[in-house]
Design a protein around this ligand. Structure first.
Ligand code: ADP
Ligand code: ADP
Length: 231
């Protein structure tokens, strides 16, 4: 059953640019789906519509069976706890420690301090950063920063992870280690992952399915083995 379902999604920006031109996309539970396309294709807009960081002009967004596009502010805030997101440039709070960054969504959600501390330890173990809890982002490598981003994204126990070019700022070896971590989280936690990328190699490395995007439309979508010939 689909965990994410986009129906006839359109996004027209205030300047008249049609970024999404009728997108239908389903992401099944437990799958890693990659949206592949060139710069300007509409990938980022698509991703930001899934958690309603961007309001679609029309169409529907359904996550975990709830139509987010129909929810009010309070309900939307609760529903967003089910959706984690990681970013190309990590988007960490530079004045906070690694632990403080991972704890941030829990603070927003009002989780008590002692529970936060236990959860943060668990999260940092999960991403292999248990020994960096007290470090600040400036002391970390790019790969370590993205691990903090992943820990933070998972803090509230989401069923879905959205990845916005999460490895684009990383070297090839670090990229592979982050992709391996995402694959492990997918397997161990049953996490459904929707990622956007302009790199075929990322899709080949970890995706089960791929949607190829161009000019605000999905050109093709399907199992990766059917769409991309692998040597
Ligand atoms: P991608 O992530 O594939 O590079 P984007 O979703 O960022 O694509 O952009 C799709 C199109 O929408 C592009 O033409 C881009 O210039 C335009 N666009 C993106 N964000 C905005 C915005 N906030 N206002 C106006 N146009 C935008
Ligand atoms: P910040 O310095 O960013 O405000 P805090 O130090 O307040 O962050 O820590 C945020 C959360 O992480 C708290 O729940 C805290 O208990 C926990 N925490 C802080 N430092 C560590 C650490 N070294 N190891 C494990 N958990 C920690």
């Amino acid at each position: 059953s689909p965990v994410i379902e986009l129906r006839q999604l359109r996004k027209v920006y205030a300047n008249g640019v049609v970024a999404l031109d009728g997108v239908d996309l389903s992401v099944r539970e437990g799958e890693i789906l990659g949206v592949l396309g060139r710069s300007g294709a509409g990938k980022s807009t698509l991703l930001r519509c899934v958690n309603l960081l961007e309001r679609p002009t029309s169409g529907t967004v359904t996550v975990d069976g709830r139509e987010l596009s129909a929810l009010g502010r309070g309900e939307l805030r609760a529903a967003r706890q089910r959706i984690g997101m990681i970013h190309q440039h990590f988007a960490l709070l530079s004045s906070r420690t690694v632990a403080g960054n991972a704890a941030f969504p829990l603070e927003i959600a009002g989780v008590p301090r002692d529970q936060r501390a236990a959860r943060v330890r668990e999260l940092l173990e999960l991403v292999g950063l248990a020994d960096k809890a007290a470090a600040v982002p400036a002391q970390l490598s790019g790969g370590q920063k993205q691990r903090v981003g992943i820990a933070r994204a998972l803090a509230a126990g989401p069923s879905v992870l959205l990845s916005d070019e999460a490895t684009s700022a990383l070297d090839p070896a670090t990229t592979q280690s982050i992709l391996a971590l995402l694959r492990r989280l997918n397997t161990e936690l049953g996490l459904t992952i929707l990622l956007i990328t302009h790199e075929m190699q990322v899709v080949k490395s970890i995706c089960d399915s791929v949607a190829i995007m161009s000019d605000g439309r999905i050109e093709e979508a399907g199992r990766i083995t059917d769409l991309i010939a692998t040597p």
